[in-house]
Ligand binder design. Structure first.
Ligand code: RIB
Ligand code: CA
Length: 327
């Protein structure tokens, strides 16, 4: 059974991804780790635990570990304007009966799980990657035995930013950490924000069907995303619930959901200018000054360090997600 650690800044789209992974029988979520991002880490932890409890029952919630309460270098960034003050639409949903583990930081927990299960642990990183970067800096010889990383982050191969014109939130909230993770040497599967802005989103017909199911998890998943629906209405003129974390982790659960992907070398921009938090991907194509192939030296990389998921089967993903939430 594949062993997964979900590292999350639990806002409302993380909540759906967490429930999707916990309910899918193809993986074992061995631990949950939380990080500052959408909301402060304390709130993210409450949201994470509540979502897991709704998904699998309090007695089956995996061990949860509280992580970084701030980025490595920059000031804190939150997204309360997107997900609400509590990150879950401020509608009184968050009252977990379970608590996080005491006395061990999330980055140390990640290290210990990788030490215990070398070359087996897959990291599903759906927030800023501060905890992962800390673990890599603290115990590189252990962390090189991470099997692989699945990240919701970046704008994708050609997408636009959701936080600056060129930067996606999970990177922008801690670009220095993202650069450490991408350059570390463990292969990274990247789900960019561009995956969630298409037909992968929930529209009214989707949320009405979920609510009509009468299932607690389905109702919770819709209700906690009400503020996100309003945010999307405000920026795009239509009610939709973009779920970047859920659609980005679908390829981890179901390889057949991947329509296309591209091995790339990446460069994370950490210079303090307009590119701060941008992630540039080079897919080896022929350019006026580069390519073909990776025989060149692109920012010190001569072979792909990541695979960018460029398209998923939206219908298949949404159908499987809905099945898991309404079972
Ligand atoms: O840019 C979207 C990402 O930032 C998602 O993971 C969302 O939950 C926030 O963390
Ligand atoms: Ca997230």
């Amino acid at each position: 059974m594949r062993k997964i650690i979900i590292d999350t800044d639990t806002g409302s789209d993380d909540a759906v991804a967490i429930m999707m992974c916990l309910r899918d029988p193809s993986v074992e979520v061995v631990a949950l780790t939380t990080v500052s991002g959408n909301v402060p880490v304390e709130q993210a932890t409450l949201n994470c635990l509540m979502s897991a409890e709704i998904a699998v029952g309090a007695e089956n919630v995996p061990p949860a570990y509280v992580g970084a309460d701030r980025p490595l270098m920059r000031d804190r960034v939150h997204a309360r304007n997107v997900h609400g003050d509590d990150g879950m639409s401020d509608c009184g949903l968050i009252h977990p009966s379970v608590s996080p583990q005491e006395g061990i930081h999330a980055c140390d927990a990640i290290i210990e799980y990788v030490r215990k299960y070398p070359d087996e642990i897959e990291l599903a990183v759906i927030g800023p990657v501060t905890n992962v970067a800390l673990a890599m800096m603290k115990e590189p010889d252990v962390m090189k035995h991470v099997k692989c990383i699945w990240t919701m982050g970046t704008t994708g191969l050609h997408g636009r930013g959701n936080t600056t014109p060129v930067s996606e939130f999970n990177v922008y909230a801690d670009p220095e950490a993202y650069r450490i993770m991408m350059d570390f040497g463990v292969h990274v599967y990247v789900g960019g924000y561009d995956l969630c802005t298409s037909e992968a989103a929930w529209f009214d017909e989707d949320t009405e069907r979920l609510l009509a199911s009468g299932k607690e998890a389905a109702a919770y998943a819709v209700r906690c995303n009400e503020k996100l629906a309003q945010f999307c209405l405000g920026i795009g003129g239509e009610r939709r619930i973009d779920l970047p974390d859920a659609v980005s982790l679908a390829p981890m659960l179901w390889e057949d959901v991947i329509v296309s992907s591209s091995p790339c070398v990446s460069h994370v921009c950490t210079e303090h200018n307009e590119t701060y938090g941008q992630v540039i991907f080079y897919d080896g194509g022929i350019l006026a000054g580069m390519g073909p192939g990776f025989d060149g030296d692109y920012y010190g990389k001569s072979k792909p360090n990541c695979t960018v998921i460029t398209q998923v089967d939206n219908g298949m993903y949404k159908q499987r997600l809905e099945k898991l939430l309404t079972e």
